[in-house]
Ligand binder design. Structure first.
Ligand code: PLP
Length: 366
């Protein structure tokens, strides 16, 4: 019996050729392919600057560092997201404040964000859940009025559009972060990136990516460099970026297929699912359905080769986060969503026959 994971990379011969070529070139890291990959992301998203990094978590961490997030600051994010969206604030000693989701999109709610703002709020990290953009114009407006930085966590959303702009353009944010883990829409194995339109933020991101080192002014003429702040090694290699460049060329075709798959499920399953707003044209990363008896369904699905996944356990329920005293009753929509959600397979290599087979198996175990 054929097994179906919820997500999977799409690697073709030209991707393999690109990686092999990079391996036999002069630079396997810190070379021209890193710059080219960053340029490709700028061209695609419309952002002025891009910094490619070792993974999506590093991208979020760098965005927090560039925002000067410190101990005592508050960072608002969604409870229904991958751990990294919250952990990146903890890396900087900040307090994570969760704002509840909208029940129809599972995206963070702009009005809930507004309710959670205090004098300590320094940043908001809206997560474009399942690939659909949050209502960024609303969120950015709230943030600007309160002098708060906005970092879009677009790990799910490369290729997505919001009000006819690409996610990552930073039209309604200060920075946007991406992940290129194999379950995401395009992959570099492990990898990530940050886009921004601010030269100041761009320079900070570059420095924090490489140990806090600066080489500018007089130093450009000789061997000197200065470490002005504590940075990290969050570099990505040319081998990874060769794959990233090759994958970027396919992003629009991946998106078209992902949208077809979602359309197919919407039409053929008849099960409650998230809705797409008029302002969105999403490159869907996930297709969560909402189902009663979810636990039973999860196990039955495994028996018929459907390796489904739950996205996500609300972060405040994690044992590490329990020490900060969150109250699940403050997040009724997240609780209701988590009780029923389960993600079906979405990836470009699924054929029409696969989709029919998946729907048939789901109907059998319902
Ligand atoms: C995958 C993911 C990340 C982290 O990306 P990595 O590349 O795995 O470090 C961050 N946020 C969200 C929402 C993700 O899905």
């Amino acid at each position: 019996m054929k097994k179906y994971p919820y997500g999977r990379q799409c690697i073709q011969q030209d991707d393999i050729n690109a990686v092999v070529e990079a391996l036999s070139s002069d630079f396997i890291t810190c070379g021209p392919r890193v710059t080219e990959f960053e340029k490709a992301i700028c061209t695609y998203t419309g952002a002025k600057y891009c910094v490619a990094v070792s993974n999506g978590t590093a991208a979020l961490h760098l965005a927090m560092l560039a925002s000067d997030i410190k101990s005592g600051d508050e960072v608002i994010t969604s409870p229904i997201t991958f751990l990294a969206s919250a952990n990146c604030a903890k890396f900087c000693g900040a307090n994570v404040v969760f704002a509840d989701i909208e029940s129809d999109t599972a995206n963070i709610s702009a009005s809930e964000i507004e309710n959670k703002i205090t004098a300590q709020t320094k940043a908001i990290i809206p997560v474009h859940f399942a690939g659909q953009s949050c209502d960024m114009e609303k969120i950015y407006d709230i943030a600007k009025r309160n002098n708060i930085i906005v970092v879009e966590d677009a790990a799910h959303a490369i290729g997505s559009d919001y009000k006819n702009t690409k996610v990552g353009s930073c039209k309604y944010s200060d920075m946007t972060t991406f992940s290129f883990h194999p379950v995401k829409t395009i992959t570099t194995g492990e990898g990530g990136a940050i886009t921004t339109n601010s030269e100041t933020l761009y320079k900070k991101l570059l420095a924090y990516r490489a140990h806090g080192m600066h080489k500018d002014g007089d130093m450009l003429t000789d061997w000197r460099y200065e470490m002005r702040e504590l940075g990290y090694n969050y570099r990505i290699t040319d081998v990874q970026c060769a794959l990233g460049l090759s994958q970027m060329k396919k992003l629009d075709s991946f998106k078209a297929r992902r949208r077809q798959i979602v359309d197919f499920y919407n039409k053929n399953l008849g099960l409650p699912h998230l809705v797409e707003k008029d302002f969105s044209n999403a490159c869907f990363h996930l297709y969560p359905i909402l189902i009663e008896n979810r636990k039973e369904f999860f196990h039955k699905a495994r028996e018929v080769g459907l390796m489904l996944q739950i996205h996500y356990i609300p972060i405040y329920q994690q044992p590490y986060y329990a020490q900060f005293g969150y109250n699940p009753a403050d997040y009724p929509n997240a609780e209701a969503y988590y009780k029923r959600c389960i993600s079906l397979p979405v990836y470009p290599d699924l054929t029409d026959e696969d989709l029919c087979e998946i729907v048939k198996r789901i109907k059998e175990i319902l």
